[in-house]
Design a protein around this ligand. Structure first.
Ligand code: GUN
Length: 278
């Protein structure tokens, strides 16, 4: 039986630590404020944005919600971002993705002031991470490092395999694991013998967006398996990129879906908001 890595519990601990920090900042007269912009009403985005606002309220971070219509032009959105960049009372700016097709996401991300880029998506944030310097780190991979550390799983010297090379998860995950002295391999859709590589992993991070793709034959006995995927099965239940029932008996530790990586993303967003004033 693998040890279950409880993201719900760990994210709760982080949020409680942040709540305490925010209270101390308030005593010194310092407020933390996050601006959240949603364009259009994609139902999944509405749920994510709602969860972010709830987390802000719990921790004591002020949230400014901007709900813009689908027809908003790129220039209108950029103007709002520029206004928020200039506001001293706004510490963090988050533009919920995906944006409608007529708006270029890269242009929007580049317009956010790097010192308010709490998502860690700005090229400056990404560049700082890649040279090991201080900057905002993408929330999901940062959350995975916290899950590992707070579960007592050592990274130093370990074989770490990341499956998926996205800008939001795979690439920053690799950078963070290198920073923690892991030996890191990144696999993707062109990897020739995926199974041969994943079976070497002491720590296997899976972020490929394919439902229940990783089965027991991809996993070394005793490995730590981190599942970033989120899908819905025919029966309506949630599942990940990892076939949990098949992998769990082989793994040493594993994250469930839901309740693994998911809750950590918001906790780390809140952490980035607090860091932005510290
Ligand atoms: N859409 C899905 N995940 C995210 C995220 O972490 N940040 C933003 N801005 N949009 C998202």
């Amino acid at each position: 039986m693998a040890k279950l890595i409880d993201g719900k519990k760990i994210s709760g601990e982080i949020k409680d630590e942040l709540k305490e920090k925010v209270a101390q900042l308030k005593e010194k007269g310092v407020e933390v404020t996050l601006a959240v912009i949603q364009v259009g009403n994609d139902p999944a985005s509405t749920v994510y944005v709602g969860n972010k606002k709830k987390a802000c309220a719990y921790i004591g971070i002020n949230s400014l919600a901007y709900e813009l219509p689908e027809e908003t032009t790129q220039e209108e959105l950029l103007n709002l971002v520029r206004q928020l960049n200039d506001r001293e009372d706004v510490n963090g700016i988050l533009v919920q993705l995906p944006l409608p097709a007529h708006i270029d996401e890269d242009t929007v991300i580049r317009t956010i002031a790097p010192e308010k880029d709490v998502d860690g998506f700005h090229p400056q944030s990404v560049g700082l991470l890649s040279i090991g310097q201080k900057g905002f780190v993408s929330c999901t991979p940062a959350g995975i490092i916290q899950l590992l550390k707070r579960s007592g799983i050592e990274i130093d010297g370990k074989e770490c395999v990341v499956v998926g090379r996205s800008n939001i998860v795979g690439k920053p995950m690799a950078m963070l694991l290198i920073r923690e002295n892991g030996t890191v391999t990144v696999c993707h859709s062109h990897t020739r013998d995926l199974k041969e590589v994943t079976r070497r992993a002491d720590i296997l991070v899976v972020a490929i967006g394919k439902r229940q793709f990783i089965t027991a034959d991809y996993v070394k006995e005793g490995a730590t398996v981190i599942d970033v995927g989120m899908h819905r099965k025919e029966d309506g239940k949630l599942c990940g990129d990892v076939d949990f029932d098949s992998v769990e008996p082989v793994a040493g530790a594993i994250t469930p879906v839901p309740g693994g990586v998911g809750p950590m993303t918001i906790a780390m967003l809140m952490n980035n908001c607090v860091s932005s004033v510290e």
